[in-house]
Design a protein around this ligand. Sequence first.
Ligand code: PLP
Length: 414
Amino acid sequence: MSEFSITTRLVHAGERRAAPAGAAAVTPIYATSTFVYERMEDVDRVVEGTETGFVYSRYGNPTVAAFETAMAEIENGRFAFAFGSGMAALHAALLACELSHGSVVLASQDLYGASLELLYTIFGAFGVRTVTTDFSDLETLREKVAHLKPLVLVGETISNPLLKVLDIENVGKIAREAGAKLIVDNTFATPFLCRPLDFGADFVVHSATKFLGGHADATGGVVVAKEDFDRPALTGALTLAGGVLSAWEAHSILRGLKTLALRLEKQCRNAERLARFFLDCPRVEKVIYPGLADDAQKEIAGRILNKNYRGAVLGVRLKTGSRAEVYRFMNALRLCTRAASVGDIFTGVVHPATATHREMSPAKRARLGIDEGLLRVSAGIEDVEDIIADLENAFLATEIGKAGFEKKNFIRVI
Ligand SMILES: Cc1ncc(COP(=O)(O)O)c(C=O)c1O
């Protein structure tokens, strides 16, 4: 280096040293967009795939690859590709199904609002027709599949925000018999509660922004595929549409994965306790939680989800149709966050009508049961008694709570 000027040495000094002798205990952050080789022939071999390696981070990066390998293994898939967000992952999975003008997508009516918007607006603009139906009604689903001949069915293991558990086993059978692919968004269940490929899904997608990362500090998504023959189509969706995950985010999410089971055990236990708390609340009309669901849902949840846990998210319908009252309740929360996400280590309360399904017309929201009184609660890992105290205080601070809570001496200052 000494033969070069200071200007040049500042650019190159210390870089591209041989790999150290000891292997890093966890995958480091490869914060590099490109990779250099001694000889052009080496580059050729990597590009042609006769030798493993990395050339350019849009085509692959070691930190991102570590996360992808982990996800393929955990979801029992053949391979996985990581993306910059959950939406980018779903977009890629749909692209990999080779939709074209005139293709039909049959989507669960309970899909996350933005997922439906993606289908209607982005894919709709290219002539792809999206039809929604209730995936819990298998007879109607079978008829619609026979009639519409969709290329793809899309559902969520546990839907957002109504928490319906998808009968992946039977929906997968219906899709397979019709030669259609099944994409399952496993964000709310996570591989700790369910591995959809085992039940017949073709692609699993995740918003890794949620439980996988778990700490509200990374945005990402991932697609896991069941069959190797889907690799070229997904490779194209990744490298040409280009919505790749950064090495920094991959590192955070990979670290999140290591504690997923610990976090979820606690979050699910807290969610169960919160469900019981809300059931006893005089100003709550309905509690939605897979563990408490009606018989049909209970049977499906028992078959599809982890035997001991039913998820960390619950829905609560307050006895009010007034947005102002619901906002007053939410604004009175001091511990639970009003963050527009789910699956983090802290408890979060969301108003789906103005968040996840904001773009949907009020009439359609009402038909689905996403009304002004509905709240979605994502249980965190805090001491559940502190969460309950915060909720009780918020009820007391609002009109909604007055009737039921005044007599009970619930207040505990936090
Ligand atoms: C079920 C589900 N899928 C996908 C997404 C999109 O994920 P992201 O925000 O990472 O793009 C979300 C986001 O809330 C979601 O709840």
